[in-house]
Design a protein around this ligand. Structure first.
Ligand code: SF4
Length: 297
């Protein structure tokens, strides 16, 4: 049986450069959301249970072994990203993992920034915020302006509402501005929105999103649109390769297991995305410090 690796990639994108993935969740896809567009497919365990999923020592061992084998070169990385098989902040040992990675590379001349992709559902817990704020950058998923759309796009675990997400993000921003990290660095925060085609025609959706962004006061915003097919498992098994690879139909036929099929998601055109971005920019024009980036130009 092949050994499960908790380090994957590097994944290359024009947005983040060369990113090495760290998976603190492991073999069972586990998240507090089950997003309609999730590249992992249908989430196997939808939960808010915080616990150790993957041993820190295994992540460090993977980093040592995979660099020695030439899978990545630390000095060529632009970022180390915690994402993987679900929601990274479900890992109770996330902070320990971040510290162990910094310790591993502390003598390298270059210090690669560490980032976390999170759905922001657990940030009301001060311990979760403390662990997450040890990263250099936290990207916060924010797809819905209200509970109805949250349920439609993100299908959250019981107990997760827009109210818990909003207050978690606000508390994280307060902690970060207060310098939660004890090395004097301030963790950067950015919002990440996935625009789903079915809400495009709804003006109130864009207006409500703009109002929410204003309310949260985070000064960096990334707009995404679904561009990739969603893997669907015929058996309920999880294909670990989906962590870093964004395969579409025909692109992965040689390595795709038989139990995976790809389903095309409804997409929006670049022009529609630009139009929506223009509307958002106009609605947010009274926030001059807000930086908006997109991934479809
Ligand atoms: S939050 Fe991320 S990992 Fe979780 S279901 Fe959504 S896209 Fe997938």
């Amino acid at each position: 049986m092949t050994k499960t690796r908790y380090v994957y990639g590097p994944v290359r994108s024009w947005r983040s450069g060369t990113s090495l993935g760290i998976d603190p969740i492991g073999e069972v896809s586990t998240c507090s959301f089950n997003c309609a567009y999730c590249q992992l497919g249908k989430i196997q365990e939808v939960t808010t249970e915080i616990k150790d999923y993957v041993p820190v020592a295994d992540v460090i061992q993977d980093l040592r072994e995979l660099e020695a084998q030439g899978q990545f070169n630390y000095d060529e990385l632009d970022v180390i990203t915690f994402a993987g098989s679900g929601e990274p902040t479900l890992a109770a040992n996330l902070g320990e993992m971040i510290d162990a990675i910094r310790e591993l590379y502390k003598d390298r001349q270059k210090q690669v920034p560490i980032s976390i992709l999170t759905n922001a559902t657990l940030l009301n817990d001060p311990a979760v915020r403390e662990r997450a704020a040890r990263a250099d950058l936290i990207s916060l998923k924010l797809d819905a302006p209200n509970d109805q759309i949250l349920r439609s796009i993100n299908q959250p675990a019981a107990g997760v509402t827009m109210e818990t997400i909003k207050s978690g993000i606000k508390n994280l921003a307060l902690d970060c501005h207060a310098g939660a990290r004890n090395d004097g660095h301030c963790t950067q925060l950015q919002l990440q929105i996935m625009i789903m085609p079915k809400f495009l025609a709804d003006d109130s959706y864009v207006e409500d999103m703009a109002a929410l962004i204003k309310e949260l006061g985070i000064s960096k915003l990334q707009i995404n649109t679904p561009t990739r097919a969603k893997p669907v498992s015929k058996t309920g098994e999880y294909w670990l390769d989906t962590r870093g690879n964004h395969y579409g139909p025909g692109q992965a036929d040689e390595i795709k297991p038989d139990y995976i099929e790809f389903t095309e998601l409804p997409v929006i055109s670049r022009e529609q995305a630009m139009e929506l971005e223009a509307k958002l920019r106009q609605l947010l024009s009274d926030l001059p410090e807000l930086e908006i980036i997109n991934v479809y130009k």
